[in-house]
Design a binder for this molecule. Structure first.
Ligand code: ADP
Ligand code: MG
Length: 672
């Protein structure tokens, strides 16, 4: 064995500092990384046809001898390399552009494989820029032409051809037998080939069947690594203890009947799911998964009320102080008259110890409070994917006695079932699909760039007609102008709009660079109706509640994932007034492009679950959350939406754990 898998790539011949840097861009640092660089497509160029045949079919692979080759310099200083090539039956002219060195590397009299297409413009048959490779007897050693050729993810100056040469060099010069991570009975049951063979076949397939088998094995490994993580979390959880909190649904009657509305069936189901979990001796881990405005807060409030009645404190944590304050206000109102002690805790408000169990609502400032009560019954985290895993752990495991609080997470983004399985596999999920009955769907329109002006005139008129009661948001993707991105900025457009079409309107500006206090102030004034229009960057994404806001305009909406657009849309239509959402496209967005199809889909679908699923299928999970989230596994082969594979791998993971295998060791050896 010449190389070890852990060796850095610069140990390889022809890989110097420059190439190593380029490889690093592809995430390749070691020999193992290079071996695990997976082709994203293949082209079968192994079917050799004759020159008369290629003249008919106009593309394909021929085996031919070079009869003559020369460079021709054109008047525009371009170089054409022209060759005449022949097989037993015929000959054909071949041409390459700006590669004068070809006259040195291609030798007259030698046999090569040429693969490519005929020039469609020439009346005389001419093979244009074919790929070529010297012919070795029997096709056995062909790397680039005359085989099922792999194509790899590339970067500037690192071509698939170059990668093929280096990977082939490895296979020729090193014993690449990888240790098999799976016990034999498991790979047999699942009809999987050994990982070593799979890696060989993925780079050197002899048939399409080889590729299928290799991908099945490697995709399995990726998913199994994730499944092992999920199952070991589940098992760790089973070992932990929590307070058994028995709450009968009927004891919530006083609270539920005090509400000004009837709960939806989904809300009732969610509450019942949670109560059931709380009555068990191990900590609940549940995700409350519902659309914007589906009424998750009242579900949390009902449960916290019940827990309070049973004598336990509980905590609700929000990602920003704006949201924490809003939750505090909402829940204080919801529980008014029910004799519950509620405290707010942000960086400005500290907690006081009380005798009675309280409901504490705050930001992550909570974590740094010495005065948190003992024996917390429940922790609710709103919009959990904004918090780091460690912060959550800290809050859940801070208790000195061995009991862990029950844990409820509420999402800001409705997460399609496919993704909850993958991302929250160790949690139970309650879905709220149904919106409250009084909800009027927000009318959504896609607005091409040319209609931008009239959109603003309409907006202005609408506000004036309502006697300045109705309010509007205008969202811009950027705070400042940028040379790198073609998108409008909030600051610049605030200047432009308030001096043109929105002159005489009361307009405020809100962006992420402002101080927390300043932002709170502006939002308070906007809510109080001091402004008609709020121009903002995506900071308003986070659930602020402005009841009179009926219009949402999103500029350069092509820059956002649909789930994020849906978040913006959720800022309006929060009461019984007719509401509107306008998604504007940037100037450079082309007619009939996929981008416009996406925006059109958005304008026709009101369910957050639908739009998130659409983006998940079309553009991957990063889009569902707006940004690439660290928690989302980046598979090279397996599909993140392949639930069947996930379920199978979870079974296998369970088996491995229960049979006492060292799963960490297995994980280390899995392909991923
Ligand atoms: P989200 O799930 O986005 O957190 P909220 O809890 O903020 O949603 O609820 C949105 C609005 O809907 C609130 O004003 C709330 O009072 C109201 N609401 C909640 N449940 C119902 C219901 N069953 N019927 C009518 N209105 C409801
Ligand atoms: Mg909410």
């Amino acid at each position: 064995m010449l190389f070890k898998l852990s060796d850095t790539v610069d140990q390889l011949p022809l890989v110097g500092g420059v190439k190593a840097k380029q490889l690093e861009k592809l995430g390749i640092n070691t020999i193992k990384d290079l071996l695990f660089h997976i082709p994203f497509r293949y082209k079968d160029t192994s079917n050799i046809i004759s020159i008369p045949q290629i003249k008919l079919e106009r593309e394909g692979t021929v085996l031919a001898t070079i009869k003559a080759i020369q460079n021709i310099y054109t008047r525009s200083r371009k170089v054409l390399t022209k060759a005449m090539i022949e097989d037993e039956m015929s000959e054909i002219e071949t041409v390459w552009f700006n590669q004068p060195y070809l006259t040195k590397s291609l030798k007259v009299g030698d046999r090569y494989l040429f693969e490519g297409r005929l020039n469609p413009k020439q009346t005389r048959p001419q093979l244009v820029s074919p790929t070529y490779e010297k012919y070795y007897d029997g096709l056995l050693s062909q790397k680039h032409v005359g085989r099922i050729t792999p194509f790899y993810p590339e970067t500037a100056n690192l071509t698939s051809k170059w990668l093929r040469n280096r990977i082939d060099y490895l296979f020729q010069n090193t014993d690449l037998t990888l240790e098999e991570p799976l016990p034999q009975n498991i790979s047999q049951d699942s009809k999987l080939i050994p990982v070593s063979e799979a890696i060989n076949l993925i780079h050197n397939p002899k048939s399409l069947e080889d590729i299928t088998q290799a991908r099945a094995r490697l995709g399995f490994d990726e998913m199994l690594a994730l499944a092992l993580q999920i199952e070991s979390q589940v098992q760790a959880q089973e070992g932990k203890k929590a307070n058994i909190i028995d709450i009968d649904f009927d004891t919530l009657f006083e609270f539920i009947s005090s509400l000004p509305y009837t709960l939806t069936d989904d809300q009732v189901h969610a509450i019942k799911d949670i109560l059931q979990d709380l009555s068990k001796p191990n900590p609940m881990r549940r995700l409350l998964n519902g659309d914007v405005g589906s009424g998750k807060t009242v579900v949390a409030a009902a449960v916290m009320y019940g827990i309070n009645k049973r004598g336990y404190p509980s905590i609700l944590m929000a990602p920003t102080s704006i949201l924490a304050r809003q939750h505090f206000k909402t829940i204080t109102e919801l529980l008014s008259g029910l004799d519950i002690d509620i405290q707010l805790c942000t960086s400005l408000e500290k907690i006081e110890q009380r005798k009675k169990p309280q409901i504490i609502i705050g930001t992550h400032a909570l974590l740094y409070q010495a005065e948190l009560p003992d024996n917390i019954g429940l922790v609710v985290v709103d919009e959990q994917h904004r918090f780091g895993v460690n912060q959550r752990k800290e809050l859940l495991e801070r208790d000195t006695n061995s009991l862990i609080p029950h844990y409820l997470s509420m999402t800001a983004t409705p997460i399609p079932r496919t993704l909850t399985n993958i991302l929250f596999g160790d949690m139970s999920v309650s879905f709220i699909h149904e919106l409250p009955k009084n909800r009027i769907p927000v009318k959504t329109f896609y607005v091409p760039y040319e209609k931008r002006e009239s959109c603003y005139s309409w907006l202005k008129e609408r506000i004036i007609k309502s006697g300045y009661k109705e309010q509007a948001f205008i969202i811009f993707p950027l705070v400042d102008e940028s040379e790198l991105v073609e998108a409008k900025s909030a600051k610049k457009e605030f200047e432009t709009l308030t001096s043109t079409v929105l002159k005489d309107m009361k307009v405020a500006l809100l962006h992420g660079q402002m101080k927390e206090k300043e932002k709170d102030e502006i939002l308070k004034d906007f809510k109080a109706g001091k402004y008609s229009i709020l121009i903002a960057t995506p900071v308003v994404e986070v659930g602020i509640d402005i009841p009179n806001a009926t219009i949402m305009v999103i500029e350069n909406s092509e820059r956002f994932g649909l789930a994020q657009l849906h978040q913006f849309r959720g800022r309006v239509g929060r009461n019984d007034m007719e509401s509107y959402c306008y998604v504007l496209a940037g100037e450079q967005v082309e007619q009939d492009s996929e981008t416009i199809q996406r925006l059109q889909y958005f304008s026709e679908h009101n369910s957050g679950f639908d739009v998130a699923e659409y983006d998940l299928q079309k553009r991957g999970p990063g889009e569902v959350f707006g940004v690439k989230q660290s928690g989302i596994p980046q598979f090279k082969i397996a599909s993140i939406t392949d639930i069947k594979l996930l379920l199978k791998c979870r079974e296998v993971a369970k088996k491995l754990i229960n049979s006492g295998y060292n799963t960490e060791e297995i994980s280390d050896k899995l392909f991923r």
